[in-house]
Ligand binder design. Structure first.
Ligand code: 9MR
Length: 449
């Protein structure tokens, strides 16, 4: 693992993970905005919240899921009845696929190891035939869905979708109390037509937060606005989504590589409510859906560093207090501007969190080649070993890649990623939607090779 150059550290510090979306000219994609210091998106609206509901915390406990079933091994069907309770989980399996024990979005129950499929012709098939199954996801953009090749590859290879930008606060509630569902509905409906499960991303985050919200003052106002947003958004998608990133990137360090002075990020939520905003967000989400999987999601908690230690203590505190959290998403943005992690690093980190009784997910994986920080050979090794680390852990329930093809990667156009307009070469498919060697390494890992 190489250390990040000073320029990288500086630029990373100035812009927390993710500032811009490259797209490739199809239009229709949200441009990024906002960084660690708060959103810069334009939107009107009042600065005070309104329309709050009252209510008390949910307080549901976590529960280890699992429990699904025999049958097709299709995670989208296996998940539907298996969100709570314990148990489930195969300890062995034939590896021929289709047995489906354990449930794809359960934690694998008592499974001690995941058994790979004997063969598969797509990533999705490899995930569905594994025992227990594992969801194979991609970040999907509205612009991408305007391209037939993109749609074909996305649906053939994945069974899990995260909207890249369309379900963020600025997209869904651009002005106070006024919600805009169209772009998000398009992605969710397309996913469901293709038997893909969707994870809502993301309910509470400092970035891509409209100005009316990021500039709000007063604890009661911010609590009320947060409650309204979570309630309305989860309510709108209630019959279609039961996975949610509830709080995203609540912790920061001096470098976006996860090194130096870990601390709570000073967002409008933290500044006005205090650290308890995180518990509150999960409690509100649990009130909306007693069965949904509720996740905390963050970047640069993949390597062994100060940030993951801090996040571990934060999450352990939540579990100890009975806060209704089901799992933790490791974004897995490897290379500039974020951390570099080996398979062994990732395995060790996943284990710490599963030992708390939680699921873990790889939630936004890409490996950036820009700036010469990660070599071609290192990238292939990381792709294989990191995916294998998740696959081998039955409580690692999903692996999502942050995009489909290199040309559309968010990394290409963000200065912190050192690409200067060049391709980040960070994903599994090239610009003609052909499979790259990175794809082969991921497939090998999913087949236990
Ligand atoms: O890929 C997203 C990009 O198009 C946006 O401009 C950017 C804005 O912050 O957000 C990107 O996605 C981020 C995700 O929502 C949260 N984790 C970091 C991701 C990459 O920046």
């Amino acid at each position: 693992m190489r250390s990040a150059p000073l320029t990288l550290l500086l630029s990373a510090f100035l812009c927390a993970a993710g500032c811009s979306d490259s797209g490739d000219g199809d239009g229709g994609e949200t441009t990024g905005s906002g960084g660690a210091t708060g959103g810069t998106t334009t939107s009107g609206g009042s600065t005070t919240g309104s329309g709050a509901t009252t209510g008390s915390g949910g307080g549901a406990t976590t529960g280890s899921g699992g429990g699904a079933t025999t049958g097709s091994g299709d995670p989208t069907s296996a998940t539907s009845g298996a969100t709570s309770g314990s148990g489930g989980g195969a300890t062995t399996g034939s590896g021929t696929g289709g047995e489906g024990a354990g449930g794809s979005d359960g934690t694998g129950g008592g499974a001690s190891a995941r058994v790979p499929a004997a063969s598969a012709s797509t990533l999705r098939e490899a995930g569905e035939k594994a025992n227990p199954p594992i969801l194979i996801g991609a970040a999907i953009s509205g612009g991408g869905l305007g391209n037939n090749d993109y749609k074909r590859v996305a649906a053939a290879e994945h069974n899990y979708v995260t909207a890249e930008n369309e379900m963020k606060w600025d997209a869904l509630e651009p002005s106070a109390g006024n919600f805009s569902w169209g772009a998000a509905d398009n992605i969710v409906n397309w996913a469901r037509q293709n038997n893909m499960k969707v994870k809502g991303h993301t309910l509470v985050w400092h970035s891509q937060l409209p100005n009316w919200m990021s500039s709000m003052t007063g604890k009661a106002n911010v609590e009320a606005a947060m409650r309204r947003h979570i309630t309305q958004v989860m309510g709108h998608f209630k019959d279609r989504l039961d996975h949610w990133d509830v709080v995203n990137e609540a912790v920061q360090t001096d470098s976006d590589t996860g090194v130096g002075n870990p601390r709570m990020r000073p967002t409008v939520f933290y500044n006005q409510i205090g650290e308890s905003y995180i518990d509150l967000a999960f409690q509100i989400a649990r009130e909306q859906d007693p069965k949904a999987k509720l996740y905390y999601n963050d970047y640069s908690i993949d390597a062994r560093n100060a940030k993951v230690d801090f996040v571990y203590n934060m999450i352990k505190g939540m579990v100890d207090r009975g806060v209704p959290i089901d799992g933790v998403g490791f974004q897995m943005h490897i290379g500039p501007p974020n951390n570099e992690a080996t398979g062994a690093d990732v395995a060790a980190n996943l284990k710490r969190f599963t030992d708390l009784g939680l699921e873990v997910l790889i939630s936004e994986m890409d490996i950036n080649r820009c700036g010469g920080v990660v070599t071609a050979e290192e990238q292939l090794t990381y792709y294989h070993d990191i995916v294998a680390a998740c696959f081998k852990e039955p409580k690692c329930t999903a692996i999502t890649f942050w995009g489909i093809n290199d040309g559309r990667s968010w990394l290409n156009s963000w200065s912190g990623a050192l690409c200067n307009g060049q391709s980040s070469q960070s994903l599994l498919f090239n610009d003609q939607y052909g499979k790259k060697e990175t794809y082969n390494r991921v497939m090998n890992a999913l087949l236990g090779k």
